[in-house]
Design a protein around this ligand. Sequence first.
Ligand SMILES: [Zn+2]
Length: 112
Amino acid sequence: MVNWVCFDCRWAGRRSGSVTDVACPRCGESAVFLGTKIEVPPKSKPSDWDALRDWYYSTARAVERRRYAETVRRRHDLERKIRDLTALPDNEGRASLVKRLRSELETLQHDV
Ligand SMILES: [Zn+2]
């Protein structure tokens, strides 16, 4: 069982680990997945809830920033490889590699 919370309502609920989306029963907004290791503060301690919310969003933002930076790096890497390969004389193996790299690049552009 894992914890889901709504920071606005200070609601916490436990769901099976296979559940991927939980709506807060109070406000109907999407609850936030906390996992099993993070302790949920008692409802009577709003400052602890505020601290948990701050912690959660700063962590989520850090993860997002890191993932974005990795995607950009990977994209530049692919672009350079494609440029290098297309500068070389044509051959079949190279053409199919370029095709594969281009489709990978396409996927990355959709992610960002
Ligand atoms: Zn709520």
